[in-house]
Design a protein around this ligand. Structure first.
Ligand code: APR
Length: 317
């Protein structure tokens, strides 16, 4: 297959390490660049022993970021800090916002044509942050910037299959909106296969999908948030980007992108990924009354998160 370079920024972290391993297993990858502020020589040496196609190199420290990025086709960003005791949500926002802003600045300089997959939370804000940085740098192409919301889809599929006793490999559930709490809107009215389902079941599944992250945080009891399932989701989405770039037809995934599907400037819905990135964004299709209400309910929070990201870049030039 063609030469494809994937760079992971934050590759030594809880998400970054298993994500690196999964990308090493992807036959479409010829070069895997693992970047972090510390720890990547070890992670890269470890993963490099796996006998698959991708050549692995580790890059540690800011002075090696440019080298890690040069020539990358797909860049995946799970860099960030987890919330520590005593830290407010705003503290966390400011740290991760600053990290994504710095990384986006480097991407604009060294790999302006790459497809960028943002995992760092809060995705509802970090994607608008990257967009603002790219705009300022004059490299912004909305077709190449994606917020990774795939874990919401994966959770909705898993929970739907389990609740309705369906073979999980046959199940799909579109999930639209954003990537936090009530901004996550699974569309069970469009789930496949369609089976009889009660309103009570729909509400249970909707809530479980929206609270999936919290379910993991609670089970990990203070030791972190979702890393393994997030890495799986990130690897699945990056694979879709690689397939799209390689000209595979009908690559469709839900992703948080610049959008005119609603009046919100960024919104997750089904997108067709091709050689230029986003080739088409699909309309939401017919929604149930419950889903229409959910769409109304998420509007204020998602709009605020988007503005918060944009404001961060304007206030921190
Ligand atoms: N550049 C590159 N990597 C960075 C930077 C930076 N400026 N700052 C921090 N990192 C790295 C850390 O060194 C660490 O290896 O990001 C990694 C984050 O790993 P963890 O702390 O284990 O966090 P993780 O659970 O992987 O979550 C990372 O993804 O889902 C989101 O909310 C989550 O925003 C968080 C991010």
């Amino acid at each position: 297959g063609p030469q494809r370079k994937v760079a992971i920024l934050g590759a030594a972290g809880g998400i970054g390490q298993p994500l690196g391993l999964l990308m090493k297993l992807n036959p479409l990858v010829s070069h895997l660049a693992l970047y972090d502020i510390v720890g990547t020589p070890g992670v890269a040496a470890d993963i490099s022993h796996v006998n698959t196609r991708a050549h692995v190199s580790g890059y540690a420290g800011e002075e090696q970021l440019g080298e890690a990025l040069k020539g990358a086709d797909v860049i995946i960003i799970p860099a960030g800090v987890p919330r520590k005791p005593g830290m407010t949500r705003d503290d966390l926002f400011n740290i991760n916002a600053g990290i994504v802003k710095a990384l986006a600045t480097a991407i604009a300089k060294y790999a302006p044509h790459a497809l960028v997959n943002v995992i760092s939370n809060p995705v509802n804000s970090t994607v608008p942050i990257a967009a603002e940085v790219f705009k300022k740098a004059g490299t912004y192409d909305p077709k190449r910037l994606f917020g990774v919301t795939t874990l919401d889809v994966i959770r909705a599929r898993t929970f739907y299959a389990s609740k309705k006793n369906l073979p999980v490999k046959d199940v799909d559930v579109p999930v639209v909106g954003g990537h936090a709490g009530i901004t996550i809107l699974p569309l069970f009215s469009q789930a496949t296969p369609q089976v009889p389902i009660t309103q009570e079941e729909i509400e249970y599944l909707t809530k479980r999908t929206q609270d999936g992250g919290t379910e993991v945080v609670q089970a990990k009891a203070g030791k972190g948030s979702a890393t393994l399932s997030m890495a799986y989701a990130g690897a699945h989405f990056a694979d879709a980007c690689l397939k799209g770039l390689n000209g595979v037809e009908n690559v469709v995934e839900c992703s948080y992108v610049e959008s005119t599907v609603t009046d919100l400037p960024f919104f997750s819905s089904k997108v067709h990924i091709g050689k230029n990135g986003v080739e088409k964004i699909y309309d939401l299709g017919p929604l149930s009354d419950y889903e229409q209400q959910g769409l109304k309910d998420l509007h204020v929070e998602l709009a605020k998160s988007i503005v918060k990201g944009q404001t961060f870049v304007h206030d921190n030039p």
